[in-house]
Design a protein around this ligand. Structure first.
Ligand code: C2E
Ligand code: MG
Ligand code: MG
Ligand code: MG
Length: 287
């Protein structure tokens, strides 16, 4: 029986194959299988308009329930998927699946929009713009309903290659968002040149946004920057009523966070969309 496997199958220990390297290789195999075997799913977290507490859109967030590893956070597997070139296929699955889903929800909520996270590796793929437009065509979702989220660090590191794709997509009506804004080093001049529609303030600044802190001053600056440049501003990671009140006070347009709504399974999203506004006092019941 041992012979059947042949000599090539004998795994000889090599010093360079330390535990981490082996784990990365097995993670690659697991990720390839995950796509084939449909182990990925999406959750959706509403983007709440702070003025009236209504959900304006949803952000798609990928989830991986591995049969052998259990739940694996995207923070851990997205970098590996990028490293092994799997992110383009995974990202395309996210685009198509979320676009189909939101197109369905828009039958009852025609203004609902979709935010999708995009990796820098997708952005520099020569067919990125085609891939995006193909996903939207399959779903029958208008490009104006879609915002692609790219992190500030990705945008800063791709000054040329990715930019032409972004301009093409912008020309076709797709909107662009800078995710985790405030953690990178974008210059104001560069921000004006980017074809961008939305800034998402990184949750690190919101978490520490106490009334007297420098972080609140920074948040205020970003909100004002958004107003000057005509961009939507979204505060990420709102976890309590005090943060929400502070952001409202600054005139921040949109918010996301556990205090408003956690990322939820698609079955639950419609309840949230037709439910009462979140994070605002219901004037009818307090009157
Ligand atoms: P992100 O795009 O900045 O997404 C926000 C993350 O913050 C999500 O974590 C969300 O669940 C979490 N979050 C939301 N509200 C709160 C809050 O009030 N407090 C705290 N502490 N966290 C909150 P998640 O889903 O684990 O995703 C982490 C990151 O993984 C995302 O950060 C994004 O960079 C990446 N990611 C997720 N889905 C995708 C995807 O489909 N494609 C790509 N390329 N990246 C993805
Ligand atoms: Mg995001
Ligand atoms: Mg973010
Ligand atoms: Mg992030």
């Amino acid at each position: 029986r041992a012979k059947k496997d042949g000599p090539g199958r004998v795994l000889v220990y090599q010093p360079y194959m330390h535990a981490e390297a082996l784990d990365r290789l097995s993670l690659r195999g697991d990720l390839q299988r995950a796509l084939r075997e449909r182990e990925f799913r999406l959750q959706y977290q509403p983007l709440i308009r702070l003025a009236d507490g209504q959900a304006a859109g949803v952000e798609a967030l990928i989830r991986w329930q591995s049969p052998t590893r259990g739940f694996v956070s995207p923070v851990d597997f997205i970098p590996i998927a990028e490293e092994f070139g799997l992110i383009v296929d995974i990202g395309q699955w996210v685009l198509e699946t979320s676009a189909v889903q939101v197109a369905k929800w828009r039958r009852d909520h025609p203004d609902l929009t979709l935010n999708v996270n995009v990796s820098g590796h997708q952005l520099v793929h020569p067919r990125f713009a085609d891939n995006v437009m193909r996903a939207l065509a399959i779903a029958g979702l208008p490009s104006s309903a879609v915002t692609l989220e790219l992190t500030e660090s990705v945008l800063m590191s791709e000054p040329d290659l990715g930019m032409s794709a972004l301009h093409v997509l912008r020309g076709l009506g797709v909107q662009l968002s800078i995710d985790d804004f405030g953690t990178g080093y974008s210059s104001l001049a560069y921000l004006r040149e980017l074809p961008v529609d939305e800034l998402k303030i990184d949750r690190a600044f919101i978490a520490r946004a106490e009334l007297t802190s420098e972080d609140l001053a920074l948040v205020r600056t970003i909100v004002e920057l958004g107003q000057i440049l005509g961009l939507r501003v979204v505060a990420e990671g709102i976890e309590n009523a005090a943060q929400l009140a502070a952001l409202r006070g600054l005139g921040c347009g949109y918010g996301q966070g556990y205090h408003l709504c956690r990322p939820v399974d698609p079955e639950v999203v419609l309840e949230r969309l037709s439910g009462s506004p979140v994070g605002v006092l219901d004037h009818r019941s307090t009157a």
